[in-house]
Ligand binder design. Structure first.
Ligand code: ATP
Length: 267
């Protein structure tokens, strides 16, 4: 009950077009999840998709966004699991929760289990590893292997991590398909800016947006999001409290390139 309550999130629907760049990740997910769910008869035997898919890469690059998109676009039941909801200080409790999670997923097939920060649950074994986390991990392996060998089982596990090097070798092996989610290139950064500034009155032309995309090398998608939010607030920051109280929304000054230059100093 606890797992069901915490995990079956309802997201605002996300479309593939909402994710800038990451073409390889998108096509891999079409091939491993979306199409096999549409046509299970075509994806059998040697064409059977892997059960475990790992998304790894720097923070804020869209790993969770991809998972939310898959949740929106697939007809599967989607379980989003926070590792902390599976860990327990009580020996045996965590493994029971893992068993229950897979049992519930099996009833609601086809199902996708998304585990963000999977490294915190399945990190490398160390000598002083706590008994309960060792047992939880073993149970996870049993369930993952069971799902992998049963042809009638339609459960996919998507793990996401910023620290793949901390994953146990045995865990890495079970995530057969591993997808690097990279920082966005300039065209993807431009796409993120264009999408966000559409929501406000602005006077930037295409060349200026392109210029901003070039100035933001090394920014993640999340950084681009913060940059646009900061710039979009600038016209409001220039107003006094009484002006904010009385101004007509239509009369708000446009967001300008200099608002973005100011945002670049802060984000
Ligand atoms: P973390 O590893 O820190 O959990 P993450 O890789 O899961 O990060 P997300 O949570 O998916 O990153 O991204 C954070 C926000 O950044 C998204 O909600 C979105 O607004 C923006 N974002 C990141 N990547 C992209 C992208 N490729 N296209 C559009 N927006 C993006």
């Amino acid at each position: 009950e606890q797992i069901m309550r915490e995990s079956m999130h309802k997201y605002k629907p996300i479309a593939w077009e909402d994710i800038a760049g990451l073409e390889y990740a998108k096509s891999t997910f079409m091939e491993t999840i979306i199409h096999p769910l549409q046509r299970p008869d075509l994806f059998k035997g040697v064409r059977r998709p892997p059960r475990g898919v790992l998304l790894f890469g720097p923070p804020g690059t869209g790993k969770t966004l991809i998972a939310k998109c898959i949740a929106s676009q697939s007809r599967a039941t989607f379980f989003s699991i926070n590792p902390s909801s599976l860990t327990s200080k009580w020996v045996g409790e965590g493994e029971k929760l893992v068993k229950t999670l897979f049992a519930v997923a099996a009833v609601h097939q086809p199902a996708i289990i998304f585990m963000d920060e999977v490294d915190s649950l399945l990190s490398q074994r160390s000598d002083n590893e706590h008994e309960s986390s060792r047992r939880l991990k073993n149970e996870f392996f049993i369930q993952l292997d069971g799902a992998a060998t049963n042809e009638d089982d339609h459960i996919v596990i998507i793990g996401a991590t910023n620290r793949p090097q901390e994953l146990d070798e045995a865990v890495r092996r079970r995530f057969v398909r591993r997808i690097y989610v990279s920082l966005p290139e300039a065209p993807a950064r431009q796409q993120i800016i264009e999408k966000l500034i559409q929501q406000v009155h602005h006077n930037l032309d295409e060349a200026q947006v392109q210029g901003l995309a070039e100035l933001t090398e090394g920014y993640s998608g999340a950084d681009m999001d913060s940059l646009c939010r900061y710039a979009a607030m600038q016209p409001l920051r220039a107003l006094s409290s009484s002006e904010i109280d009385s101004i007509d929304a239509q009369q708000l000054p446009a967001v300008t390139m200099s608002d973005f230059m100011c945002a670049l100093q802060h984000v």
